[in-house]
Design a binder for this molecule. Structure first.
Ligand code: KG4
Ligand code: ZN
Length: 333
């Protein structure tokens, strides 16, 4: 029996819809919201309003690109959380109404689990158990993945997420939001000549707030000596910050892989689009004898393709959501 799923993702500032058939993603469309860059971060109400405008055209585009008629759908999967509540409400309400009108089941997905499951959108797919470092704008997690739906968070950030460390550094440097991709690009032209401190957090947890403060004080001091310090050293500052964030992430990843005794190692989430993290994981994987898995860019940042994959595995288990399901701003798995 063939299974066709429409998936909706609206947890933050990207409105996305995807269509999956029998485990294969047929379309994965994203409407980005440019409006937030001028504010230096995502403004929740602006995001909710933009989702409201984008959701119908994005869903129509996803169906059209997949060559699927809505009458062929077997279920609607949606992001229940975690995320911005207003943004989640738009996707949840849309998914409920769409499923109800077509008389098909609803399937809820956890956004952070779905980032991990992006690895099953296309080959090469990791084998179980594997370790996944999920690094996004809101979360930094080390996840031990036992099966598609059985995952264990064995380490997480105690304060800022890795993506936040990029974005907040960008703000200090006067860069637009989100700064992660900009810092990545600028860093490629610079050298990591400035040494930022490494947080001393025991075990598998992370901390990035100290790094942010260290960068703030460093820039304040340097600017007192030379008001043009940032302009004259931007690429080197970016390379140095990126180098430190990546070294913190890879050190904990190596520790977790050793402790868990796994050699299948993956990265996921928006920050996994970072070129230094991707190159660093490949290098470390060679040294350690790991099989490493890095998603294509479209499956790193927020996308409904990953929600469709999560929905597919839930559908196979018959794990459906009820029509009175509510979105969850916080949702641990
Ligand atoms: O997973 P994602 O798209 O959304 C959340 O679930 O948060 O992640 C967004 C985060 C932002 O902090 C953004 O700056 C970061 O991913 N990001 C990057 C890169 N591309 C996106 N960070 C560093 N380097 C990149 N190339
Ligand atoms: Zn995300």
């Amino acid at each position: 029996m063939s299974i066709t799923i429409l998936a909706i993702e609206s947890s933050c500032d990207d409105t996305s819809a995807a269509v999956l058939r029998d485990g294969e993603v047929l379309s994965n469309c994203v409407a980005n919201q440019e409006a937030h860059s001028v504010y230096g971060g995502v403004v929740p109400e602006v995001a909710s309003r933009a989702h409201q405008i984008n959701i119908v055209p994005v869903v129509e585009l996803a169906l059209q690109k997949a060559g699927v008629n809505k009458r062929e759908l077997d279920a609607v999967a949606f992001t229940r959380g975690p995320g911005l509540i207003g943004s989640l409400l738009v996707g949840t309400a849309f998914a409920k109404a769409y499923a109800l009108s077509l008389g098909i089941p609803l399937v809820e997905a956890n956004h952070m689990q779905a980032h991990v499951l992006a690895h099953f959108a296309e080959p090469p797919k990791p084998s179980f158990p594997f370790l996944c470092l999920t690094v996004s704008g809101g979360h930094t997690q080390l996840v031990l993945v036992h099966s598609h739906l059985d995952m264990e968070v064995i380490g997480h950030s105690l304060d800022d997420a890795a993506g936040e460390a990029f974005d907040k550094t960008g703000k200090l440097l006067g860069l637009d939001y989100p700064a992660g991709p900009l810092i990545d690009r600028l860093a490629q032209k610079g050298k990591p000549v400035f040494d930022f401190p490494e947080p001393q957090i025991p075990g598998l947890d992370f901390s990035f707030s100290g790094l942010k403060t260290a960068i703030l004080y460093f820039l304040r001091q340097e600017k007192a000596n030379n008001p043009d310090f940032i302009g004259e050293n931007l690429t080197d500052i970016c390379a140095s910050v990126q180098n430190r964030i990546v070294s913190i992430l890879l050190k904990k990843l190596a520790l977790a892989a050793d402790q868990a005794g796994v050699r299948e190692v993956a990265i996921a989430g928006g920050v996994s689009a970072n070129s230094a993290l991707r190159a660093g994981l490949e290098q470390l994987g060679k040294e350690k004898g790991w099989n490493t898995y890095i998603p294509r860019f479209e499956y790193c940042t927020d996308n409904a393709g990953m929600i469709a994959v999560a929905g597919y595995y839930k559908y196979l288990e018959g794990a459906f959501a009820s029509q009175d399901v509510e979105p969850l701003a916080r949702w641990k798995f």
